[in-house]
Design a protein around this ligand. Structure first.
Ligand code: S3P
Length: 167
């Protein structure tokens, strides 16, 4: 069966939902950020710090190319993966692309105590979240399906994806 790809901004719950969804469908769980860290041998924050964002984006495109033929998987991408056209094409090849959404304030509440996202380690993270959401909105719009995760539990979002995709 074709895979299910989860995309969406940082903090929209992609990884937590992906793990639960993979379990429900007996699909394999693939996290492209984890693949990047494995390939690079260092954490994402270190890739950003030592090699810069564009090197990170090149690695991201490579691993997405590698998963583009994966079947029976739930593939979770980093929140910026969709900004390259090549990536969205490969993700669509892989399966149905579901974009998880949430408001900037909700995203901030979910990520504020975490330190592993280099793009949000700035003096005004809410402004940064709003700026990136605006800059990326046309890219997220290319997904096949959208789920507003506001007020929903991880399990509820996973169930919505099951009924939405008919899997
Ligand atoms: C990024 C999102 C992160 C990770 C990297 C860049 C982004 O993944 O890929 O820090 O550009 O939005 P999550 O969306 O899983 O936090």
């Amino acid at each position: 069966m074709k895979s299910i790809v989860l995309t969406g901004f940082m903090g929209t719950g992609k990884s937590c939902v992906g793990i639960v969804l993979a379990k429900k469908l007996s699909f394999k769980f693939i996290d492209t950020d984890a693949m990047i860290e494995k390939k690079a041998g260092v954490k994402i924050s270190e890739i950003f710090e030592k090699q810069g964002e564009s090197s990170f984006r090149d690695l991201e495109s490579e691993v997405i190319r590698d998963v583009s033929n994966a079947e029976d998987c739930v593939v979770v991408t980093g929140g910026g993966a969709i900004i390259r056209d090549e990536n969205i094409q490969n993700l669509k090849k892989c399966g149905i692309v579901v974009c998880l959404t949430a408001t900037a304030d909700e995203i901030y509440n979910r990520v504020k105590d975490e330190t592993h996202r280099p793009l949000l380690q700035v003096p005004d993270p809410v402004a940064k979240i709003k700026e990136l959401l605006e800059a990326r909105k046309d890219f997220y719009a290319k997904a096949d399906e959208f789920i507003d995760t506001s007020g929903l539990t991880v399990d509820e979002v996973a169930d919505k994806i099951v009924s939405l995709t008919g899997y």
